[in-house]
Design a protein around this ligand. Structure first.
Ligand code: UDP
Length: 410
């Protein structure tokens, strides 16, 4: 992990000094993060980078996980999809199983934080612990990474009875929130510019990764990096590639993987392989979770990057791509429009045909493509780096812990 002072090179030393000053108000307090997986997906990506940096700022940040079997994670995946507005009904028996696993976790976990920071729906029920007499002083925050604006009402109502027991909630965008009785904070996610996933790479490293996967660096490359998940629409990306390929000789990289709490990925991966049908210019890379340098290199060798999600939380992959100054075409869903202003810092699309048309345009007009990439990089630098995210979280913790308004305006 880089020393926190290294970030001064990117965001200025004043920003780092300010983080140290704000963090000093949390001395002696434990911030316990809880989610359901250490690897795969944006939440794990952020926590992996955030926890060590908070520790360097002398905040006693910890990270624990809930446990659950296959059935639990099948149910939580259904909950995830139906919160995104996909038409799925969850049965009473499934909700009961969810509650039972929550109780099992409560019996086996130590909740030792002064602030208990719960991420996403899987561990949401841990708030039941708040009833305990010795937990009265503890503050509980629920961090929602999902766009719940069009959530299935049944699923949302089930969760709402938990959400409203928290001291505060956090959403990524004003567009995602719902009417709730508890305070709501709006904090966008972030990427770490110094992580293996995002740091500068030299040409040799990029060539090495291309050679390892037999990718031809002399031919244009379209890429999507995403878990193999239907909501990321990898099959739609293949359709886009096939439309473009009629006119421009290019390659497609679908770099993906799985998350421990996502049981669907094996099936989706198979569907993607089938649809690619042995095309030598399609590279379907099912990568282990440690493949940060590989993903970094793949993004950097790409000519155009897509994020053709049907639904999206924030879409960290978009910030990762823009940070690397890559022309990016993404669906106008979830948090993506926060990251891309159409025709300024990337292109927003809604259909396979539209995405194909824009992809052709960017593959043919490198000057325009480069300009979009440069503007995207500036936007990410100003809004979606981990230093801004840490600042927002520290202020949130202070607000919840001490109910101090003034410090919010430091
Ligand atoms: N990612 C990865 N390996 C993969 C697929 C994705 O490391 O095979 C990373 C990706 O680079 C990003 C995160 O997982 O950092 C995905 O976050 P995002 O918000 O885009 O989507 P989520 O998976 O949380 O829905």
């Amino acid at each position: 992990m880089n020393p926190i002072n290294d970030y001064a090179e990117i965001v200025g030393s004043e920003t780092i000094d300010e983080l140290k000053e704000i963090a000093s108000h949390l001395e002696g307090k434990i911030v316990q993060n809880i989610n359901s997986t250490a690897v795969g997906g944006g939440v794990a990506e952020i926590l992996n980078r955030m926890i060590p940096l908070l520790k360097q700022l002398n905040v006693d940040a910890r990270w624990d996980f809930i446990k659950g079997g296959e059935k639990f994670f099948e149910i939580t995946k259904k909950i995830h999809n139906s919160l995104h507005g996909i038409n799925i009904d969850i049965t009473k028996e499934e909700f009961n199983h969810f509650d039972q696993i929550t109780k099992d976790n409560l019996a086996n976990m130590t909740l030792n934080g002064d602030i208990i920071f719960i991420h996403d729906p899987q561990p949401i029920g841990l708030i039941r612990a708040k009833k305990q007499a010795d937990f009265k002083e503890k503050k509980f925050i629920w961090r929602c990474h999902i766009d719940i604006s069009s959530a299935n009402p049944n699923t949302f109502n089930f969760l709402k009875k938990y959400i409203e027991l928290y001291d505060a909630s956090v959403f990524s965008s004003p567009l995602f929130s719902k009417k709730l009785k508890i305070p709501q904070m709006l904090i966008a996610p972030s990427i770490d510019p110094l992580s293996d996933k995002n740091k500068e790479l030299d040409k040799k490293q990029i060539i090495e990764v291309a050679d390892r996967f037999n990718i031809d660096l002399n031919k244009k490359i379209i890429t999507q990096v995403s878990r193999f998940d239907r909501l990321k629409d990898p099959l739609g990306v293949i359709d886009v590639y096939r439309l473009v390929k009629k006119y421009i000789d290019c390659q497609l990289i679908l770099a993906g993987g799985s998350a421990d709490d996502d049981p669907e990925s094996v099936e989706v991966y198979k569907e993607v392989l089938e649809k690619a049908n042995g095309d030598k210019d399609i590279f379907i890379l099912n990568l282990p979770p440690t493949s940060n340098i590989e993903i970094n290199a793949i993004q950097r060798m790409s000519t155009v990057i897509l994020q053709k999600s049907i639904k999206e939380g924030f879409g960290l992959t978009v910030s990762e791509s823009l940070w690397k100054k890559k022309p990016t075409i993404a669906s106008a869903v979830g948090g993506i429009p926060l990251q891309i202003t159409h025709k300024y810092s990337g292109l927003l699309s809604r259909t396979i045909e539209g995405t194909a048309l824009y992809t052709k345009q960017l593959l043919q007009n490198s000057e325009y493509a480069n300009k979009l990439g440069l503007n995207g990089h500036e936007h990410v630098k100003n809004n979606f780096l981990i230093t801004r995210h840490i600042r927002d979280y520290l202020l949130l913790f202070i607000k919840v812990q001490y109910n101090k308004e003034s410090i919010i305006y430091l």
